[in-house]
Design a protein around this ligand. Structure first.
Ligand SMILES: [Fe+2]
Length: 379
């Protein structure tokens, strides 16, 4: 028995940002978390106007740290409680949406302790998050994280990254207005777009994939090869298609989860931005997974959808896409000394990452170490 669920109502199309008004009219106090970029480009003002038109009061919390921490959530909570919202809006990239998901947990269930409900690794058994009442409208401005539909929020506490995972924090609404991702810089467009490809490939080869997640993953992979290079060059139609592909990949991995590539990129997050690091690691992880029939068969299925035949050919076209988009080598981004100093620790932590459970092959710590090294030296 397997499941496929989607909690989020998805609204798409140019101008769909106005749907904020239709949602807000059922609430009276709307708290908007926004990135600074969304204010600069005028979209925060537009959202505030829709909330005002709906007759609700609004308040804004502006600028969320790129790698949000539990400490940040604790700092911001008194302000949230003082305003006492009955609806949250998250306007920005994946970090903004992840922050609001976590704020919602501790606002709606103030007696919860962070350590009790957070996943530290795949061996920990956190308490389930109880029913939460305040709805969340997620409005992504980047096309990559899938946080607008996913049930997870990644937060740091000290130096350690934790996951909150529950359908209770999946947004009630996701608004995909293609005007917003037009504001993405070229580098963000490339890195987040390559992350989308890894989401779809990992979801497709996952041990809990279903025909439903497969359909989305295949559509996403085709979209990435067709549209990502054009989207990076600023072509508007392509960027719109990538925005939708990003959410589709989010629905695929919300259900089928991810694998070793994300386990290793999460634990090596200090080396490069999330999407870029996934893009660098991905071909090595695919080669590694090829040791079992199931993964070879699944990669070959993707290859055939793209007009090729074999799993090996898929790995080659994934590498070619990286080259075409000028993805650097890991060794160009971090020094060898720093890399070697952190290698053991990263490898151990990646081994404990919950996503290893969904990878077609369970790696040893030694094998993870070898994969990081291959990616570093570009072998
Ligand atoms: Fe990702």
């Amino acid at each position: 028995m397997r499941f496929f669920s989607l909690k989020t109502r998805i609204v798409i199309g140019e101008g769909s940002l106005s749907y904020v008004k239709s949602v807000a009219k059922n609430y009276s106090r709307v708290l908007i978390f926004s990135s600074k970029s969304m204010r600069i480009h005028g979209f925060l003002n537009e959202v505030m106007n829709y909330v005002e038109d709906s007759g609700a009061e609004n308040e804004v919390i502006l600028g969320v740290p790129a790698e949000p921490s539990y400490e940040y959530i604790e700092n911001i909570l008194p302000k949230v409680k003082e305003f006492n919202p009955d609806l949250f809006i998250a306007l920005g990239g994946g970090s903004v949406i992840d922050v609001v998901k976590a704020v919602k947990v501790f606002y709606d269930a103030p007696n919860l302790k962070f350590e009790e409900i957070a996943f530290l690794d795949r061996f920990s058994k956190p308490k389930p998050i109880p029913k939460l009442k305040t709805p969340l409208v997620a409005i992504p401005s980047t096309s990559g994280a899938g946080s607008e539909v996913s049930a997870a929020s990644v937060l740091k506490k000290g130096d350690v990254k934790y996951n909150l995972v529950s359908f209770e924090i999946a947004p009630e609404f996701a608004i995909l207005d293609p005007r917003l991702p037009m504001t993405m810089p070229k580098g963000v467009t490339r890195n987040s777009g390559l992350d989308v490809l890894v989401h779809a490939i990992e979801a497709y080869v996952s041990t809990v994939a279903t025909p439903f997640s497969d359909a989305l993953a295949i559509k996403v992979i085709k979209s990435v090869f067709k549209y990502l290079p054009l989207s990076v060059n600023g072509e508007e139609k392509a960027r719109e298609e990538m925005h939708y592909a990003s959410t589709m990949a989010g629905i695929a991995f919300l259900n089928a989860r991810l694998g070793l590539c994300h386990a290793m990129s999460h634990k090596g997050a200090w080396m490069a931005s999330h999407g870029l690091l996934n893009a660098i690691l991905n071909p090595y992880i695919m080669e590694f997974n090829m040791k079992i029939d199931y993964a070879r068969k699944r990669y070959a299925e993707i290859a055939r959808e793209l007009g090729f035949n074999t799993a090996q050919e898929l790995i080659e076209v994934v590498k070619e896409l990286n080259e075409m988009l000028e993805v650097p080598k890991l060794g160009d981004l971090v020094s060898e000394d720093q890399f070697l100093a952190k290698l053991e620790d990263m490898s151990q932590k990646a081994y404990g990452d919950p996503l290893i459970n969904f990878n077609p092959v369970e790696p040893s710590i030694e094998e993870i170490k070898e994969l990081y090294k291959k990616a570093f030296y570009g072998e």
